[in-house]
Design a protein around this ligand. Structure first.
Ligand SMILES: C[S@@+](CC[C@H](N)C(=O)[O-])C[C@H]1O[C@@H](n2cnc3c(N)ncnc32)[C@H](O)[C@@H]1O
Length: 278
């Protein structure tokens, strides 16, 4: 009996399409499977997969079709030009969060100080802290997460990328006792516990996503606690849900913050709100 013919790149990609995977996911997964870029895949679509690669491909397609994020399958995700290792212990960093990083870099440029200090609260994979440190090497950047498992992923990313971050475990401002910085940034949990979209996010850690009080509980805690940890003139920049901009601005306003402003995400929604310390 002759062995069955090897699965080629083209046939494997067709199988993935039939399983419901979209074009971008198919290309990213095949690139990661073979360690090749998209241009190579286009030219070599008759390249045969080894039996081990074919088995992994079939496993990845089934898990992706079941909603597992691509980054959990490949173990990595590019964020703001950095390749981060990502595991199911951390939120898969979203392109929309690059908006918050860009705003933080703008604020740091406006500060003009020699070595501004920045803290990223709820750092997850370390995405925001690492991107800021990478783009603004003079900044002294710290990062907090309550989850020890998440912080281990973030720390490993920092070591691999050669970026020196002051990693601290604890709840929000707890690990910042006695510390005042120029800028605090955070992408905290902000999804309402009854949000129907949560079903699509079931593979990511719930404690990274969900907050009480219509999703505003952690945003309120951050706005209430930040003044005690910001220097005069310091800024707090927050990511939140696409429909929470007015609510977050109202919380800032009620607490007497200045220069309240917003930034838009890739879809044109007011995704970030920030202000200067009262
Ligand atoms: C939406 S994720 C953001 C992760 C990462 N900053 C990003 O943008 O991809 C929120 C993060 O906040 C952390 N977190 C939740 N509650 C916290 C708390 N009370 N104190 C510190 N971190 C917390 C979660 O563990 C999670 O890593």
């Amino acid at each position: 009996m002759s062995a069955s013919p090897a699965l080629t790149v083209a046939v494997a990609l067709d199988q993935a399409r039939a399983a419901g995977l979209d074009r971008v996911d198919r290309d990213v997964l095949m690139g990661a499977l073979l360690g090749r870029d998209r241009a190579w895949l286009l030219i070599h679509d008759d390249h045969p997969l080894s039996p081990a690669q074919a088995a992994r491909w079939s496993d990845w397609c089934a898990r992706r079709a079941a909603g597992v994020p691509v980054a959990y399958l490949t173990g990595q995700h590019e964020f703001h030009g950095l390749l981060l290792q990502v595991t199911p212990d951390v939120l898969d960093p979203r392109p929309d969060t690059e908006t918050l990083v860009d705003w933080a870099l703008e604020r740091l440029a406006a500060l003009g100080g020699a070595a501004p200090t920045v803290f990223d609260l709820g750092t997850g994979s370390g995405a925001i802290a690492l991107a800021i440190q990478h783009r603004h090497p003079k900044a002294r950047v710290g990062a907090v997460d309550r989850s020890a498992a998440a912080l281990a992923v973030a720390r490993a990313n920092g070591e691999r990328l050669g970026l020196d971050i002051d990693w601290r475990q604890g709840s929000w401002f707890e690990p910042m006792t006695g510390l005042r910085v120029d800028l605090i940034v955070s992408n905290p949990p902000y999804i309402r516990p009854d949000d129907p979209h949560l079903a699509d996010l079931r593979h990511e850690p719930r404690e990274a996503l969900v907050a009480d009080e219509d999703g505003l509980a952690d945003l309120r805690t951050l706005i209430a606690g930040a003044p005690a940890h910001l220097r005069p003139g310091g800024w707090l920049l927050l990511e939140h849900g696409h429909d929470q901009a007015d609510a977050v601005a109202a919380i800032f306003e009620a607490a007497g913050w200045h220069e309240i402003g917003h930034r838009l995400d890739l879809g044109g929604h007011r995704r970030c709100t920030g202000a200067r310390r009262p």
